[in-house]
Ligand binder design. Structure first.
Ligand code: NAP
Length: 330
């Protein structure tokens, strides 16, 4: 099968397409023919061994992904495709099922086929969704769900989603609404209308207004893009308010510190735990018209280097799809 592989950490150019052996499903696995995947921030950070986040993070990244070279040659965490064969112990999925899923740190979705245990994060695609629409369901949404739950976001609470136009942010706005919160979304000018269409109760364009200086206070502030800080947000939190982070080691320390001291809390828990049942929840929300993954650009598999370069700009809106099989041509 064809796959995008890399054998050393580095810039997008280390990626190339190669013929590799097609995997064979074990007893409890299904073989999925992948039609669409995504290129996301986890892919690009892992490919460069998190060098842009400093030496300590880079060392930790290499301990996870392979010290000298990547242990897993194929990146990609999200996929949508068709089940084409089954291990003997598989009982719920069937050949021909259209499925989507998230492999997390096992990666492997930038390829024509993947084997996935039936018990893993794999679910039937939402009714009516195309493969390209189903592939980007989970990356931002699972992360946003995790963060909002860690923050115990409740009905009627007020929340700011900062960076509301990214993969996590676009999902965060919709999921916070689903949880019954009153959502103020913060993004740049070009994304204001999009973010409003996702259901935000109010939208602030950060190029025109600094939400930390408008005199409002909120129960929760969710930095969905890792560009803000507890220090700068503190004055905009109500007494007992919570700041939620998506990355940054300082936030681990602050989470520990504020759990003991002070009225306002930082909540940041690693590693995030993503559950199969949450994929099913997302499928149901999509079918009910309460959630939609936002797609910015689509790239064919052959243009994976360009796709990775675009994701690295940190300016994508929502998600970037990598098309493995161009269904429009069939
Ligand atoms: N996605 C993952 O797999 C993953 C995994 C681990 C950690 N994370 C972390 O989670 C965070 C978000 O990831 P993501 O994939 O959701 O990001 P993303 O999709 O790459 O976010 C891109 C968006 O961020 C907005 N943005 C850029 N600079 C901003 C700023 N200064 N203030 C506010 N918004 C800004 C841009 O929109 P505007 O034009 O509207 O500003 C753009 O739409 C990152 O810190 C990432 O490292 C992500």
């Amino acid at each position: 099968m064809r796959a995008v592989v890399y054998d050393r950490y580095g810039p997008p150019e280390v990626l190339r397409i190669e013929e590799v052996e097609r995997p064979v499903p074990k007893e409890d696995e299904v073989l999925v023919k992948i039609h669409a995947a995504t290129v996301n921030r986890l892919d690009v950070h892992t490919r460069e061994a998190n060098q842009s986040s400093g030496l300590v993070v880079s060392i930790l990244s290499r301990l996870v992904s392979g010290v000298r070279r990547p242990r897993r040659r194929i990146l990609g965490t999200e996929y949508a495709g068709e089940v084409v064969s089954l291990g003997s112990a598989v009982s719920e999925l069937a050949v021909g099922d259209h499925v989507f899923g998230n492999t997390g740190l096992r990666f492997g979705t930038h390829a024509e086929f993947i084997c996935v245990p039936e018990s893993a994060r794999i679910a039937l695609m939402p009714a009516g969704a195309t493969f390209e629409e189903a592939a980007p369901i989970s990356d931002g949404a699972l992360n946003a769900l995790w963060c909002l739950r860690v923050g115990h976001l409740g009905k009627g609470q007020t929340i700011v989603v900062y960076g509301a136009s990214g993969a996590i942010g676009t999902a965060g706005v919709q999921l916070a609404r689903y949880m019954g919160a009153d959502v103020t979304a913060v993004c740049g000018t070009k994304n204001v209308e999009l973010v409003r269409s996702l259901g935000a109760d109010a939208v602030i364009d950060y190029t025109r207004e600094d939400f930390t200086k408008n005199g409002e206070t909120y129960d929760v502030i969710f930095d969905a893009v890792g560009k803000h800080s507890f220090q700068r947000c503190k004055g905009s939190l109500k007494p007992g308010g919570v700041y939620l982070a998506t990355d940054g080691f300082r936030n681990l320390f602050l989470a520990l510190w504020t759990s003991r001291f002070g009225d306002k809390k930082v909540r940041f828990q690693l590693p995030p735990v993503y559950a199969k049942k949450d994929l099913i929840l997302l499928k149901e929300l999509i079918e009910a018209g309460r959630f939609r993954p936002v797609i910015d650009r689509r790239y064919p598999m052959e243009d994976v280097v360009e796709a990775a370069k675009y994701v690295e700009t940190e300016q994508k809106t929502g998600n970037v799809v990598l098309t493995i099989v161009d269904d429009s041509k069939s």
